[in-house]
Write a protein that binds this ligand. Structure first.
Ligand SMILES: *Cc1c(COP(=O)(O)O)cnc(C)c1O
Length: 419
């Protein structure tokens, strides 16, 4: 911790625990203490820590060929591209590494599509985004952030974006009247903002409005995708997906789908943009790329990570455990005035602490949870996100619920005694 403090940029404020190993739903610190991981590296580790099939695929490929760049073909990329496009039901994929890169890629595709296909005059393409969004940390992406920590001191910003309220289809309808709109970029649930879960029909309605206006519906499922919310995607647009999801009220297929995080099960940076030919076809050689995007290790890791999701029925598990978790939290909220409410879907959930966002209560509660063997992190001050790996069993979740219950009830008592 001292070395990080002395030699690393202070761009994070980690909980005081030093992790050394992980397996499934557990991580261990350097002293050998075991914890349930309730962050899953911001939903990158949906398949559990060090999943043997994913690590196995990575090791095997790492000993054979790691990087060719896209200057040449490699014997893994085509296989991965065929696999992932059939898995999600799209014609084409553009492979990248991080979530932010995939979002940047989607923005470029949408702009190019607006000029080449829709006929927007040069330089005027506009992308609509939502208040409270989180799409990554690049200069262009923070240009449309409404979080002052993300934007303060980083201007000048990239033009061409309009921000409208989230979960507001009337505002979207008004914004879509501009004929120069290329796309609407949206998270089906706003994860970083504090697991803001919109109305059940929001995503479906927004998709329909975009379709009517001739605007690309761009879903950022970097955090919500890959079984996290109880279906393969939170937009759940692909019901040819034979068992990795069940149809939901939020059924809406994105024109441009952005994935990252759990696309590798947390083993490696792997992200992707998926779209059909008439959209992806606007990108030609030399117009976009990445040295590491689509490398052989990423390709093998991506296939293994997606196969685990189906074989281990992670969507179904996330859905069942999510119901169990929120029910338990509602019971706890009724018993303790420390928590005000719980929200979320599948295993992407958050509880709101009964204190101001400026207070240290959520942080202190996370430290207390850590001391009782469960790791979670506050987001936006008074909100705690609960998002464990999806390979958790019902019994394990019950044990976690007991840790949360005990910690919250003791914390309430301690606070009352101090008062
Ligand atoms: C994490 C996240 C990103 C950015 O991913 P990075 O890999 O950190 O660049 C983008 N969009 C959403 C919704 C995210 O949760």
């Amino acid at each position: 911790m001292e070395m990080e403090n002395d030699h690393g940029a202070h761009n994070y404020h980690p909980l005081p625990v030093v992790l050394d190993s992980g397996k499934g739903v557990h991580v261990w610190d350097i002293e050998g203490n075991q914890y349930f991981d309730f962050l899953s590296a911001y939903s990158a580790v949906n398949q559990g820590h060090c999943h043997p099939r994913i690590v196995g695929a990575m090791k095997q490929q790492a000993e054979k060929l790691t990087l060719t760049s896209r200057a040449f073909f490699n014997s893994n990329l085509g296989k991965y591209e065929a696999f992932i496009t059939s898995y999600f039901g799209y014609d084409k994929v553009l492979p990248m590494n991080t979530g932010a890169e995939a979002v940047e890629t989607a923005i470029k595709i949408a702009r190019k599509w607006a000029y080449d296909v829709k006929g927007v005059p040069p330089g005027l393409a506009k992308i609509i985004t939502c208040e409270g969004n989180f799409h990554g940390r690049t200069t262009t992406i923070v240009s449309f952030s409404t979080d002052t920590d993300s934007t303060g001191g980083f201007g000048p910003f990239t033009p061409g974006f309009e921000v409208i309220p989230y979960d507001d289809t009337e505002a979207l309808e008004v914004a879509l009247k501009d004929p120069n709109v290329a796309g609407f970029l949206v998270e089906p649930i706003q994860g970083e903002a504090g697991v803001y879960t919109p109305s059940d029909d929001y995503v479906q309605k927004a998709q329909a409005l975009c379709e009517k206006a001739g605007v690309l519906f761009i879903a950022d499922e970097v955090q919500t995708g890959i079984a996290r919310t109880g279906s393969l995607l939170a937009t759940c647009g692909n019901c040819s997906c034979a068992g990795h999801c069940e149809r939901q009220s939020t059924y809406a297929k994105a024109d441009v789908l952005i994935l990252g995080k759990a696309l590798s099960g947390g083993a490696y940076p792997v992200s992707a943009v998926l779209a059909d030919n008439e959209i992806m076809g606007v990108i030609h050689p030399g117009q976009h790329g990445s040295t590491f995007g689509g490398n052989p290790v990423a390709a093998e890791v991506g296939i293994a990570a997606l196969q685990v999701v189906v074989d281990e029925k992670l969507s179904q598990n996330a859905r069942q455990l999510g119901d169990q978790f929120r029910q338990a939290m509602r019971e706890l909220i009724a018993e303790s005035d420390l928590l005000t409410h719980v929200r979320g879907k599948g295993m992407l959930n958050a509880v709101v602490i009964n204190d101001s966002p400026e207070s240290s209560t959520a942080w202190d509660l996370c430290v207390a949870l850590k001391n009782n063997g469960l790791l979670a992190k506050p987001t936006h001050g008074n909100i705690i996100r609960f998002a464990p790996p999806l390979v958790m069993t019902e019994d394990e979740l019950e044990a976690c619920i007991q840790i949360i219950r005990k910690t919250v009830l003791e914390f309430t008592k301690d606070a009352n005694q101090q008062a």
